[in-house]
Design a protein around this ligand. Structure first.
Ligand code: ATP
Ligand code: ZN
Length: 504
C-alpha cells in the first residue's frame, strides 16, 4: 500500500545544446550527438516509460542558442522547431539566449510549445519579453503536481547584450521565493532547472529547502561515466534541513542525454533514485523525418559556408588554449582588420577579447562559414579615446586571469607587449610599445590619448572590461566585427603575405 502511494517520475534532460543539430566529431570515425539521433533515443525511452506507465518529463537547462551556423542563420528557429517536435516540457534561459537581443528571444519563445521558466529575471512591461517568461510552472502527471522553477546566471549581464528592461536577481533568493509560492500552491515535488554553473548549483542545493532535484547547465561539466568526468551522476547534496537533493547536468551539445529516475514518498520527499547517462552515439540510428527536416535547414548553410573569400598558407589559430593565453596570428589579423576599417579616424590600437574568437581557420581556402564559425557574436566595432594609463591598466587586467584561460585575455594590434604570467597580478606588463605611422615602435605614453578600436561586447563591460566605458569620444561604427574581417580578407591580395606578417 505504501509503495503504491509513492510517486515515480523519469526526468530526461539536456543543457548547452548550442545549436548543435548535427553530430559532433569526437575523434576518428566517432561522433556524439545530433538531433536526429537524440530523437530516436528519446522515442525509445518514452516507449519504455509508457509501457511501465511511468511519467516522463523532457527538460532543457538553457543555452540552446549560439554555437553553429544554424543559429547564425535561423536565430534559434531551427533548434526551436526540433525542440517542439521532441516535445520538450520546459526550458530555462541561458545567457546565450540573450545574444541577439530580446526580440529574437521573444520570437523563439513565441514559437515554442514548451514553457520557458526563469525565476530571477525582473522583466519590465516595456521589454519584448514581458509576459513570455514564467518564474515557475506546475506540470500535472498521473494526478500529481510537479513544480518546475527556472534560474538564469546573472553573469548574463556581462556576457551578453541584454538591453533595457531586464534585470537579474539573486538566484538563491529568487529560488527561495519560487519554492514558497509553489508550496503555497500545494506543490511538494520541486525541480529547479538552472543555467548557473555546477558550483552555483551545489550552493543552491545547500541553501534552499524544498528543492528536490537541480538540473543545471552553463559550466559544461562532465559527470558520471563520461570521459574526464569530475562529478558522479547524480550528485547527492543535503538541503539546510537535511533533506537529500540531487544535482545533475549533462555536459554540452547534446552529446549525452541525462536520464534520472526519482521516487517521492507521500510527503513529496525523495525516497530513492537512479541515474543514467546515454551517449548519443553512432550506434543510434538517425530518425529519418528529422534528417529530412535538417536537410532543408542545412542546404542554405552549406552554400553560405562554402563561399570562398581568400586563402591562408598557414593555420590561423583560435584554439582556446592559445587564444586565451597568448597573442595568436588570428588575434593579430582581427586587430589589423579593425585598424584598417577605422583608419580614417586615426585609430592606433586594437583590443579585443580572446574569448570572442571561438575557433581556428585551417590553412587553405577561407570561406564565409569559417569566419562566422570563429566569430559568431554579433558585436559591432567601437572607437574610443583612452589615455596610455588606462590602456596599461586594461592590459594588466587582461592578463590577470591567464591561468584560468579566461575569455578576457586581450588580442591586440598596433602594440607589442612584453609580459610575464609568473609575476604578481597587476604588475605583469613589463613593457608596452605602440606602433608609429612609419612602422617603428615607441613606449606607451601614459599621459597621452590614444584612439582605440574594440568590440561592443568589451565596451559594454563584457569580460570585466568596465574601464572602457570611461573612454572619451565614443563612436559605435555599427560595422559587425565578422563583416569587418570578411571585408579585410577579401580586399587583400591572396598571396598570404599579410598572414605571415601577422604571425610575427
Ligand atoms: P556557456 O556557453 O555555457 O555560456 P561559454 O561556452 O560561452 O559558456 P566560455 O566558453 O568560457 O563559456 O566563454 C565565455 C567567454 O566567451 C567570455 O568570457 C567571453 O570572452 C566570450 N564571449 C561570450 N559572449 C560573447 C560576446 N557576445 N562577444 C564576445 N565574446 C563573448
Ligand atoms: Zn551558459
Amino acid at each position: 500500500f505504501w509503495a503504491a502511494s509513492a510517486f515515480e517520475v523519469r526526468l530526461l534532460h539536456t543543457n548547452d545544446h548550442h545549436a548543435h543539430l548535427e553530430p559532433v566529431e569526437m575523434g576518428e570515425n566517432e561522433t556524439l550527438g545530433g538531433i536526429s539521433k537524440r530523437k530516436t533515443l528519446i522515442d525509445r525511452l518514452r516507449e519504455e516509460s509508457d509501457r511501465a506507465n511511468q511519467p516522463l518529463l523532457l527538460l532543457d537547462a538553457g543555452d540552446v542558442f549560439q554555437g553553429t551556423l544554424y543559429f547564425n542563420t535561423y536565430q534559434g528557429q531551427a533548434d526551436g522547431k526540433f525542440y517542439n517536435a521532441l516535445n520538450y516540457d520546459a526550458m530555462t534561459l541561458g545567457n546565450h539566449e540573450f545574444d541577439q537581443g530580446q526580440e529574437v528571444l521573444r520570437n523563439f519563445i513565441e514559437e515554442s510549445k514548451f514553457s520557458i521558466v526563469s525565476a530571477n529575471l525582473d522583466i519590465e512591461s516595456s521589454s519584448p519579453l514581458s509576459g513570455w517568461v514564467k518564474p515557475w510552472i506546475i506540470l500535472k502527471k498521473k494526478g500529481q503536481n510537479i513544480g518546475i522553477l527556472g534560474l538564469t546566471t546573472p553573469e548574463t549581464m556581462t556576457m551578453a547584450e541584454v538591453g533595457e528592461g531586464v534585470e537579474f536577481l539573486d538566484p538563491v533568493q529568487a529560488a527561495q521565493q519560487a519554492v514558497n509560492e509553489l508550496t503555497q500552491e500545494g506543490v511538494n515535488k520541486i525541480i529547479a532547472l538552472t543555467h548557473l554553473g555546477i558550483t552555483e548549483d551545489l550552493e543552491l542545493a545547500r541553501q534552499v529547502d524544498g528543492i528536490d532535484v537541480i538540473i543545471g547547465g552553463h559550466s559544461h561539466t562532465r559527470v558520471g561515466d563520461m570521459p574526464e568526468a569530475v562529478y558522479p551522476y547524480p550528485i547527492v547534496e543535503k538541503t539546510p534541513n537535511g533533506q537529500p537533493v540531487l544535482v545533475v547536468t549533462d555536459w554540452e551539445w547534446g552529446k549525452y542525454l541525462g536520464d534520472l529516475n526519482v521516487r517521492f514518498d507521500r510527503q513529496g520527499h525523495l525516497q530513492n533514485w537512479e541515474g543514467n547517462l546515454h551517449p548519443v552515439s553512432d550506434e543510434i540510428s538517425a530518425n529519418p523525418q528529422f534528417q529530412a527536416i535538417l536537410k532543408t535547414f542545412s542546404q542554405p548553410i552549406q552554400k553560405l559556408k562554402s563561399k570562398v573569400i581568400g586563402e591562408t598558407p598557414i593555420k590561423l589559430n583560435g584554439d582556446r588554449p592559445y587564444i586565451r593565453r597568448e597573442q595568436t596570428n588570428l588575434g593579430t589579423l582581427l586587430g589589423e582588420a579593425l585598424l584598417v576599417k577605422t583608419a580614417r579616424n586615426q585609430t592606433e590600437i586594437a583590443i579585443t577579447n580572446g574569448g570572442g574568437i571561438r575557433g581556428s581557420i585551417a590553412a587553405g581556402e577561407i570561406t564565409i562559414g569559417d569566419i562566422l564559425e570563429a566569430f559568431p557574436f554579433p558585436n559591432t566595432v567601437i572607437e574610443v579615446d583612452l589615455t596610455g594609463k588606462q590602456i596599461k591598466e586594461l592590459l594588466e587586467y587582461g592578463v590577470s586571469q591567464v591561468d584560468k584561460l579566461d575569455g578576457c585575455f586581450p588580442q591586440v594590434a598596433g602594440m607589442r607587449l612584453d609580459w610575464q604570467a609568473d609575476l604578481p597580478v597587476g604588475s605583469r606588463m613589463l613593457r608596452v610599445d605602440t606602433r608609429q605611422g612609419d612602422g617603428s615602435y615607441l613606449p606607451l605614453d601614459l599621459e597621452r590619448n590614444y584612439r582605440v578600436v574594440t568590440s561592443s561586447f568589451l565596451f559594454k563591460g563584457g569580460d570585466g572590461y568596465t574601464l572602457l566605458s570611461e573612454g572619451k569620444n565614443v563612436v559605435d561604427t555599427g560595422y559587425l566585427i565578422s563583416d569587418t574581417l570578411i571585408e579585410y580578407i577579401r580586399d587583400r591580395d591572396s598571396d598570404g603575405s599579410h598572414y605571415r606578417a601577422a604571425e610575427g
